[in-house]
Design a protein around this ligand. Sequence first.
Ligand code: TYD
Length: 354
Amino acid sequence: MKAPKENGFRCVVTGGCGFIGSNFISLFLAEYPLAKVLNLDSMTYAAHPQTARHLDSLAPERYQHVRGDIADPQLGELLSRFKPDAVVNFAAETHVDKSILDPSAFVQTNVAGVQNLLTLARKQGNVRFLQVSTDEVYGSLNPDDPTFTESSPLTPSSPYAAAKASGDLFALAAHHTFGQDVVITRCTNNFGPYQYPEKLIPLVIANALEDKPIPIYGDGQQVRDWLHVVDHCRAIALVLATGKSGEVYNVSASEEHANLNIVRGILERVGKPESLIRYVKDRPGHDRRYGLSAAKIRHTLGWSPKLSFEEGLDQTVEWYLQNSGWWRSLRDEAYAAYYQANYAPKVQEQEKPL
Ligand code: TYD
């Protein structure tokens, strides 16, 4: 593959209006001033038009956004016109709670979408395919277990994680069967700017700022391994440029924290009382602990995180304070749509013919 620093490197980024994808595009355009980016995003609920406008303003001569779905077989025409050197796939349904309510969209995007995109990328010839994945494919750890490595078995627990694991397997199968240039990154829980406030950290910040109750699932002692999104995006750019084809790279800053401690840390930062905390019914099948070893990417590619967890959380809280318009509008629109779809009385059902 042509190196991203070479003149005219062309990269398709899918899901680029979402949380990690938008942070990646900002970083990539800044890091590689000669590269071009085509952002393919279908603008589902987690993508905000303001995020899209922010990206539009960064490097208009080297960036374009096309609305589209990775599961669409017609995408081949777009790829043929753009002639990418690489495809970085962020497009995914990502919210575990939503996957428990209805997994169908997760199969469509995270499995069928990945399979379609792999096939279309392969038809373009020499294109590197980077699949952005998650530590959740490895399942849950007990408190004293060693952290997962790239050779740990895949034992996903939630419908979300099962779909992501399946997408990863299709990507690896494409490498083994067709010799396709595929690399996979698996990250821990991300946090940072532009994260949709359905995930723990932005939800807690947003609720605290509005003096709304903060739901803690179960006893709040579940452990997640936290990674700042910019450190994650630096790892993805590095794997894209220097990772070995057919390999998986775990990305973790080894920052394991219990949920309750995260919530307390945020409340302290925004000066709100712990009385906002509400212990609610646990998530079904809730994974107890995630923890990932990043020894491989550290030792073979030389990546390490730059931001400490505390600095990252300070910056994140500050970003949500400064950008309340962004998350308030996203939350209001999405909440209204979600309520309408799931809870509002359905006239058709009420008026069944007798
Ligand atoms: P989440 O951000 O949904 O990420 P994931 O499920 O992929 O790890 O949740 C992080 C942790 O926080 C998880 O253990 C579930 C818990 N959680 C709560 O306790 N309350 C909440 O309102 C949310 C959204 C999550």
